[in-house]
Design a protein around this ligand. Structure first.
Ligand code: SAM
Length: 227
């Protein structure tokens, strides 16, 4: 009980200091970050670090992203609650849990079977019944459930993958990091009246998107690592 109270206190502090104070003030967004127990998405030995201002390892050389970056990417999607959302890179399932509160349905794709299985089980345990986790190469999207009003890619691509742009609904928004192992920029893509546009948001550092429309081991250069 005491430990739970301490996590709640740390989460409240995280929302205030790392998210709201940096300018993200949408009450629905802040409520979602206050609700989702980030420590439950981490291996036991790392749980006490869950509310720190940084990414953390989740196994398979992959990471759960920094809370502020998860919040910023979510806010760029401008979710109202009625959207069908695609996430590439389930990882721990934390981002999917946030999306599950803010949208109608979520399809989340993970290439590692172990992460997909653990993420799916965790999301079910936490009652995120509107999320479906699929183990597949998400660089090709998930055409079975397209179109999507919002798409979020939580791994770095060399360029916005064509299949994802094709699966974006009219009026839809796609957010993804674009660049290589030396650094990337977060891009926001929109489709308005059939026309695709993008803007650069800020520099970021993510693990690589692999797969057919992602980075090969050789081209990325270094092992997967997020700063
Ligand atoms: N969103 C995650 C979370 O909340 O924990 C963090 C994602 S982690 C930064 C990036 C994830 O993308 C890793 O789990 C990695 O295995 C996955 N990934 C990389 N390339 C992929 C691909 N082509 N298809 C699906 N998942 C991929």
């Amino acid at each position: 009980m005491e430990v739970m109270d301490e996590y709640t206190r740390l989460r409240t502090e995280m929302v205030a200091a790392q998210i709201a104070r940096r300018g993200l003030r949408d009450p629905r967004l802040l409520a979602a970050f206050q609700h989702v127990q980030r420590h439950l998405f981490l291996p036991q030995p790392l749980r006490s670090h869950a509310y720190e201002d940084r990414p953390l390892p989740i196994g398979q050389n992959q990471t759960i992203s920094q809370p502020y970056i998860v919040a910023l990417m979510t806010s760029l999607l401008e979710l109202k609650g009625e959207e069908n959302v695609l996430e590439i890179g389930t990882g721990s399932g934390y981002q999917a849990a946030i999306l599950s509160i803010m949208a109608r349905t979520v399809h989340s794709i993970e290439r590692y079977q172990e992460l997909a299985d653990a993420g799916r089980a965790r999301l079910v345990r936490l009652g995120c019944y509107n999320v479906q986790v699929h183990c597949a190469d998400g660089s090709s999207g998930w055409p079975q459930a397209a179109p999507y009003q919002a798409i979020i890619v939580t791994a770095a691509a060399a360029a916005a993958p064509k299949p994802l742009l094709e699966q974006l609904a009219e009026g839809g928004r796609l957010v993804l990091p674009v660049g290589g192992s030396q650094g990337q920029v977060l891009q926001l893509w929109t489709r308005e009246s059939g026309r695709l546009d993008y803007q650069d948001i800020l520099p970021v550092s993510f693990v690589p998107l692999r797969g057919e429309f992602g980075w090969s081991e050789d081209d990325w250069g270094t092992p997967d690592k997020e700063e």
